[in-house]
Design a protein around this ligand. Structure first.
Ligand SMILES: Cc1ncc(C[n+]2csc(CCOP(=O)(O)OP(=O)(O)O)c2C)c(N)n1
Ligand code: SF4
Ligand SMILES: [Mg+2]
Length: 280
């Protein structure tokens, strides 16, 4: 088995949900390699925050980007090298706050990248300010008397924006996380996995989630109305049960695919020629 460890010192707090995401993605990358996918054709992109350190701990190509800018960097890499699998790691502050507009356009375009959101519902690295998914009343550094606004439901925003693969996992469910990550990465088009990643230091929600989560069964992810219903079941604030798994999935032409033309293969990157073998 390929060893994906690096020599970087891990500085996450003991018990942080990021460890589960790291374990799951390493296992999926190893299984992709075993299936014959060359890991030199994988690029990981991260934002800024506790989540972003994940790329330091995995020994494959990576790009540490700016706060809120995982998506444009990931899109640029995909458009310049079409045979590469681009996986973005972002925080709830990073992508649902600062970078939300990029997510909306990536979903609208159906560009073939995967976004994994470490949604701990707090700004972890900057020590506990509220984010767009923090629950109403959340008390943190910037809101000592509690927030006065409702959280957004990011999966609902993504569904409305045209995303073709949407899923939810938690940092307490490693096997499910592995399955979802693999399916998201193999999906051709824009895929987003919202991971309810617990920040034990600033918003320890393990007990809250453990009481409420359940795995989707007999759900047809290609049924958009059923997906919308499942996505709305829990709104990040109510006491409803929290469905986990693949919520929505459909096939559609990709943005990057539309750029790959016959004209390009005559004089550009040989990788594009390889990518197109058998397709034209
Ligand atoms: C443009 C910009 N704005 C603000 C910051 C400060 N900053 C760094 S990390 C961070 C919060 C990150 O929160 P989140 O994306 O939820 O990641 P987490 O630490 O929770 O994993 C902020 C506000 C920055 N580095 N750059
Ligand atoms: S502050 Fe929270 S998100 Fe950051 S490493 Fe610690 S537990 Fe994890
Ligand atoms: Mg966060």
């Amino acid at each position: 088995m390929i060893n994906l460890a690096t020599t970087a010192e891990n500085t996450w707090c003991a018990g942080c949900g990021n460890f589960a995401i790291l374990g799951a993605i390493k296992s999926v990358l190893q299984s992709l390699a075993e299936d014959g996918f060359p890991l030199e054709n994988v690029v990981l992109v991260s934002g800024i925050g506790c989540h972003a350190k994940i790329v330091d701990y995995i020994n494959v190509n990576s790009f540490y980007s700016l706060h809120g800018r995982v998506v444009p960097v990931a899109e640029a890499i995909k458009l310049s090298k079409s045979n590469v699998k681009v996986i973005g790691f972002s925080g709830d502050g990073d992508s649902y706050g600062e970078g939300m507009e990029h997510l909306i356009f990536a979903a609208k375009r159906n560009i073939d990248i995967t976004m994994i959101i470490h949604n701990n519902r707090v700004y972890g690295l900057t020590t506990g300010q509220y984010t767009p998914t923090s629950p109403l009343g959340f008390k943190g550094r910037s809101t000592p008397f509690g927030t006065k606004e409702m959280p957004i439901n990011p999966l609902e925003v993504m569904l409305a924006s045209g995303a073709t693969f949407l899923a939810r996992g938690t940092s307490h469910g490693l096997e499910l996380l592995k399955n979802i990550f693999k399916e998201a990465i193999l999906h051709k088009g824009f895929s987003l996995v919202d991971v309810l990643q617990v920040c034990v230091t600033f918003d320890n929600l393990y007990e809250y989630y453990d009481k409420r989560v359940y795995e989707l069964k007999d759900h047809n992810p290609s049924d958009e109305a059923a997906a919308a219903g499942k996505i709305r079941e829990w709104n990040y604030n109510n006491d409803a049960k929290i469905p986990l798994g693949v919520m929505y999935k459909r096939e559609a032409e990709t943005f990057d695919g539309r750029f790959v033309t016959k004209a390009k293969i005559t004089d550009r990157d040989p990788n594009i020629r390889e990518y197109l073998k058998g397709q034209i």
